[in-house]
Write a protein that binds this ligand. Structure first.
Ligand code: URA
Ligand code: SF4
Length: 191
């Protein structure tokens, strides 16, 4: 399946109940081509559902400010979510919903071929790294899994809610940028 085929199928997906209330399936944000970093959030919020684009609300703005401040090249990352349709009232997606949706994320991983997968928040860390993960305990630490360098950090929405998380979130994103630079030799082969 090529990327266009994936987008078409994903936009028509009814594998879980979240399809009932969505306005848009939110595939992700970025240039769909191999790139070294994949950020994974939880699921679309209100603005994302309306606009059909990932991380375009307040949390996304905070993420973008940091990515720009740290001089991330927009061609070097792609941003996706664990579930592609908005959970009602922004509730945490259920395990059934996440399991139904994960094959789409797996397709994106195969296509994008990232070296680094950054889990933004507890939901992504649980879905991708360890079901029992506690984000406050594992954040900021690199984990090698399945041939990827995985890095759990806070969700930017959590940082907006709790100003004390701001410093750690900044340091985590800086850590990711430094790792990206340290593997840039491999990255050039990939992109
Ligand atoms: N929160 C997420 O987890 N994903 C988005 O796309 C927007 C907000
Ligand atoms: Fe399909 Fe994922 Fe949307 Fe559920 S959340 S309907 S699995 S695209």
């Amino acid at each position: 399946m090529d990327w266009e085929g994936f987008v078409k199928e994903c936009k028509n997906c009814t594998r879980c109940g979240l399809s009932n209330n969505r306005q848009n399936v939110v595939i992700g944000r970025g240039v769909p081509k191999p790139c070294p970093v994949l950020f994974v959030g939880e699921g679309p919020g209100e603005q994302e559902d309306i606009q059909g684009e990932a991380f375009v609300g307040r949390a996304g703005k905070l993420l973008d400010i940091l990515l720009t401040a740290l001089d991330f090249n927009p061609e070097h990352y792609y941003i996706a979510n664990v579930v592609k349709c908005r959970p009602p009232d922004n509730r945490i997606p259920t395990w059934e919903e996440m399991e139904a949706c994960l094959p789409w994320l797996r397709y994106q991983v195969k296509f994008i071929k990232p070296f680094i997968i950054v889990c933004l928040g507890a939901t992504a860390a649980k879905a991708i790294i360890d079901r029992d993960a506690k984000i406050t305990q594992i954040r900021g630490q690199w984990v090698e899994k399945g041939g990827f360098l995985m890095f759990p950090t806070y969700h930017p929405a959590a940082v907006l809610r709790d100003i004390r998380k701001r410093e750690d979130f900044y340091l985590d994103m800086k850590n990711v940028k430094e790792k990206l630079e340290s593997i840039s030799g491999q990255v050039h082969k990939n992109t």
